[in-house]
Design a protein around this ligand. Sequence first.
Ligand code: NAI
Ligand code: MG
Length: 357
Amino acid sequence: MSHSIAVIPGDGIGNEVMPEGLRALEAAARRFGIDLNYTHFDFACCDYYLAHGRMLPEDWFDRLKGFDAIFFGAVGDPARVPDHISLWGSLLQFRRAFDQYINLRPCKLLPGIRSPLAGRDPGDMDFYVVRENTEGEYSSIGGRMFEGTEREVVIQETVMTRIGIDRVLRYAFELANRRPRRKLTSATKSNGISITMPYWDERVKAMAGHYPEVTVDQYHIDILTANFVLHPDWFDVVVASNLFGDILSDLGPACAGTIGVAPSANINPDGTYPSLFEPVHGSAPDIAGRGIANPIGQIWSAAMMLEHLGHQAAAQAIVTAFEAVLTEGDPRVLTPDIGGQGNTRTLGEAIAARIEG
Ligand code: NAI
Ligand code: MG
């Protein structure tokens, strides 16, 4: 089976972790007989912006829309280009135009990575945050009136649609249904936000009717954030609106340890457009150019991409490989952020060698 992949490394450490992501992909492709065809793009980075006055070429949509997936590094170089330009001009364009309405982040405590939560070990935390990625609290409906006067008024409306809610819920229920615990937690705030959040809860109830084997619970967002810290073992699949999901999808991986290992997927489950896979971290200008960035976030994103493309076993082989390397904990191999003296390449090569078996 053959897949076309658009490769966009971006800025800073994006350029350093991307080769290791590709190394892992190639190793998995060889072992499992998957045919991956890469096309490399030099746009969506600040060098491109400084040369062309824009982050993307005018025809970017047509050039990218036919790919099976986009494998992305990180964008941003705040010393040369303001962050709102680099991020809005690239990544956020992809998410919108390709209707990537699912933002998926695994929150898993890995062996050899110390959690900031005291007394937690691998196995105590293994869940997914599923964030609605296109509507909700992040709407463009609203405005400002009587600017600069005493009557100044500012309004921004939350937009929740039945289509928008149901499609993220369906994805989350399907995911929960495939996992052994079959548990889904919904983030709400229907006690305070008394119109849209009760509607969200209503749709959760309706969708739950189609998935009798999934256990469903819900928490208000305030106590839910507390429970991520106090009881990370309670969760399996957590589904949330755009704003609540934004918060939970940073808090979850943070509870699991270093940002360098966290992956994410921006998914269009209908397959009308490519989905995008990227590490959670940014371009890390403070360590860029030194070759010491942790490549696991990029490598794990590669695993999510393979899973999305239907290669469950290959995806699992990648995860098993980096877990084994972390369990071994050879300081000559590991990057400094997880206590080693190795570099991006030593860690990437060790993982690729494991993948090949
Ligand atoms: P960041 O994630 O780049 O860095 C935060 C801290 O974590 C830094 O101290 C960095 O050295 C460390 N870190 C990040 N990734 C690491 C890795 N793989 N290994 C070891 N240490 C790692 O976030 P920051 O500093 O807020 O943003 C820097 C730039 O990245 C900005 O231009 C920002 O807009 C952009 N950014 C881009 C994202 C994306 O492309 N999706 C996401 C977040 C930020
Ligand atoms: Mg965020």
